[in-house]
Design a protein around this ligand. Structure first.
Ligand code: FDA
Length: 504
């Protein structure tokens, strides 16, 4: 297995990775993708590839003894989580000291587990966070390209207004309206035509069958069905699964050498390989790419990496909260797992918030309105290499999330006041807690564009080394991030292929 050489390696198979691999393949560059998770295409004993949220089994989680669902409790009882066997499941929760981060594991990365919400940031905010990127080019060319490739589609408003499955969203919209707040429809990569047929009983249920964070068996146009299928279709791209990259070094002739562990789905190590390449693209996500880089810098394997590597991390201001409704305002025992509306208060200068109206599909009436608030928190964390464990640690304290909680609270206090309702304190663990400030779905940063890299993701200090993923974005983007990650990757790879690869 040792000593195999390929022209280009892409680490990971999430958004940035998938875009890069497709465009490299189209340019005729033989490209190997290395993914630590599984290819999710084999049905389990129940006939499904993925398990649902109400009955999670080992397929749900990346090597855990018990599932770690974001909404762990109901009336403070841990009713949601289950004991499971450690397995290469699809959702990981990486638990740092004072912040936990959810990420997808498998061919497609986060696209396998996420809510599919496909949102472009407000142009003014994009210009604020990445001022050196030509926004005109992004909004005219790369965002449309990303949306088309990702198969972003829109819910039919007439169906939304009448279906039982979105009663929870209509209730929240009405209550936001009483507080003078407006909502907006949120585009998605989940096929809304498929969802209508689910509702009509014509096809197997997925979004309407409590599937999402542990994978969707139907309906979702995840990356394996879009970018990655196209990449494989070039005939130039291959994907190796259950291959985890452990270390990266560069040889005097410029070649990169990767140390890679191959495991089986039960976690047994089958082999340790070395793979070398000319061009190396890091698409292991904010956590994965940052860890590989801080490890390489601080062990001396890539000594040219600068001090910006590891910096500029943020949770995209993520705060979850829930409200209790009056008895006469039920949110419905039927709830689609795919959100369709957001409360847009981003232009409120005092406390900008974009809050997605999230479902809580429990199969019974709960009177709960749940939200994922995206706030503008200026606080940033830093990844540092910990020699003892050979892992990256995240320096981030709970107090750093105080500005995010304050912004979310100011919005939902208004909604509660206008509707004489209250927060729910029982959903986020055993303590009294109305705001979940200790986890994120949207890790961003760690190798920020223009700081750890140049303005196209070329890593400073080492030639032919690139960051392609959420690590490039400086901690916040104001909306759900994958469309921005995809569009930025499209922009960067176009330049890199033209200048660094085909020009040679
Ligand atoms: P991404 O994390 O997608 O991919 C990285 C890949 O690299 C993974 O497959 C990982 O296994 C692999 N990898 C990591 N380290 C490796 C190593 N050392 N060797 C080999 N492989 C390695 N966003 C949004 O826009 N709309 C939404 O609705 C949601 N909803 C949502 C829900 C949930 C539950 C989660 C967890 C996340 C979301 N998100 C979201 C966030 C979104 O999924 C996320 O921003 C993107 O997936 C990030 O894309 P990247 O390309 O950065 O990496």
């Amino acid at each position: 297995d040792d000593g195999s050489f390929v022209p280009a390696v892409v680490i990971g198979t999430g958004y940035g990775a998938a875009v890069s691999a497709l465009r490299l393949g189209e340019a005729g560059v033989s490209t190997l993708m290395l993914e630590m998770g599984q290819l999710w295409n084999q049905p389990g004993p129940d006939g499904n590839v993925f398990c649902n949220m109400l009955k999670p089994d080992k397929r749900s989680s990346w090597f855990k003894k018990r599932t770690e669902a974001p909404l762990g409790s109901f009336l403070w009882f841990d009713v949601v989580n289950r004991d499971i066997e450690p397995y290469a499941g699809v959702l990981d929760r990486v638990n740092f000291d004072q912040m936990s981060v959810y990420v997808g594991r498998g061919v497609g990365g986060g696209s396998l587990v996420n809510g599919g919400m496909a949102v472009q940031p407000k142009r003014s905010y994009f210009e604020e966070i990445l001022p050196q990127v030509d926004a005109g080019e992004m909004y005219d060319r790369y965002f449309p390209r990303a949306n088309a490739m990702l198969k972003v589609n829109h819910i039919a408003p007439d169906w939304f207004e009448k279906t039982d499955w979105y009663q929870f969203a209509r209730v929240s919209r009405e209550q936001a309206g009483k507080a003078g707040l407006s909502t907006t429809f949120v585009p998605n990569v989940y096929d809304f035509d498929y969802m209508r047929r689910e509702a009509a009983g014509e096809v197997p249920k997925s979004a309407l069958g409590t599937e999402v964070i542990y994978g969707n068996n139907h309906g979702k146009q995840s990356l394996d069905k879009t970018y990655l299928a196209a990449a494989l279709g070039t005939g130039k791209v291959t994907i190796e699964t259950l291959h985890q990259v452990k270390a990266v070094r560069q040889q005097p002739d410029g070649t990169y050498v990767l140390t890679v562990d191959r495991i089986d789905a039960d976690g047994r190590q089958l082999a340790r390989k070395e793979i070398s390449c000319r061009y190396l693209f890091l698409g292991a996500g904010s956590l994965g790419s940052s860890e590989l880089l801080v490890r390489a810098r601080d062990t001396g394997a890539l000594p040219g990496l600068n001090d910006e590597v590891g910096r500029g991390w943020g949770p995209n201001g993520n705060i979850m909260t829930a409200r209790a409704n009056h008895m006469w305002n039920p949110t419905g025992s039927k709830q689609s797992s795919i959100p369709a509306l957001g409360i847009d208060d981003w232009d409120n200068a005092a406390a900008p918030v974009f809050a997605e109206i999230a479902p809580m599909p429990a199969g019974v009436e709960t009177w709960v309105s749940l939200y994922l608030a995206i706030t503008k928190n200026p606080e940033r964390g830093t990844f540092v290499y910990d020699r003892a464990t050979d892992r990256a640690k995240l320096q981030w304290t709970r107090e750093q999330n105080a500005p995010a909680v304050a912004a979310a609270k100011s919005l939902f206090d208004r909604i509660n006041k206008a509707n004489t309702t209250m927060y729910r304190y029982d959903l986020f663990g055993a303590q009294l807690k109305a705001f979940a400030d200790d986890f994120s779905y949207h890790p961003l940063g760690g190798a920020v564009l223009g700081k750890a890299t140049d303005l196209y993701g070329r890593v400073q200090g080492h030639k032919n080394l690139y960051v392609t993923d959420g690590a490039l974005i400086p901690g916040s983007v104001g909306v759900n991030p994958f469309v921005t990650i995809t569009a930025l990757a499209e922009r960067n790879i176009e330049r890199v292929i033209a200048q660094d690869i085909t020009a040679r």
